[in-house]
Design a protein around this ligand. Sequence first.
Ligand SMILES: [Zn+2]
Length: 245
Amino acid sequence: MTQPSGSWSPDIIDAIRRTREQVASLHSELTKYGLVIWTGGNISGRVPGADLFVIKPSGVSYDELTPDNQILCDLDGNVVPGTSGSDKSPSSDTAAHAYVYRNMPEVGGVVHTHSTYATAWAARGEAVPCVITAMADEFGGEIPVGPFAIIGDDSIGRGVVATLSGHRSRAVLMQNHGVFTIGKDARDAVKAAVMAEDVARTVHISRQLGAPIPIPEESIDALFDRYQNVYGQPSAAAVSERKDS
Ligand SMILES: [Zn+2]
């Protein structure tokens, strides 16, 4: 399904270069926020306009990651031969990332970590309930649990897609394993991974003190809608729409 690398247009070559730079530099966010240890965890980003994605190499230290040692794969998870980094193995989670890209065309980035608090919820197979407004904003409800699945085939990817398809949450706690997040691009998926760990930690601590108070469903809906559509800097289109109304 992949065009031979020699026939890529200048636009695709440029998009691959930008995706390599983005994916390599975003990995520093995982260490900055304490979401990973040793060489665990991985980020990938879809190459806009091509059936390709860029992912972290397997077993390389975080401080040695560069745009050139990220690995370019097709959507079946095969390394594109002859490209930069192709002498190394891609992340051991590459099949899961590829499955997500094949089955969720709206997804532009995928992140996987074993971040401590979120994985503690995953180990108990319990969804993080929506009891703080930041969760309603970011995830629109609970962070759900996905099935127990073992690395080696498509079963992790299938579990991620089955759980997150049609769900507001961009994060899933894969039972007994860790967190997978998706986003419109790699940065968005990293943000979801950071926020998932933060809310898992806060709700865990709240639980130690007593029973957290649930947020009513209609308030979750209103918070999610506002945060997703209004919060932050308005886009040019939104500004002109508001002027019109
Ligand atoms: Zn894992």
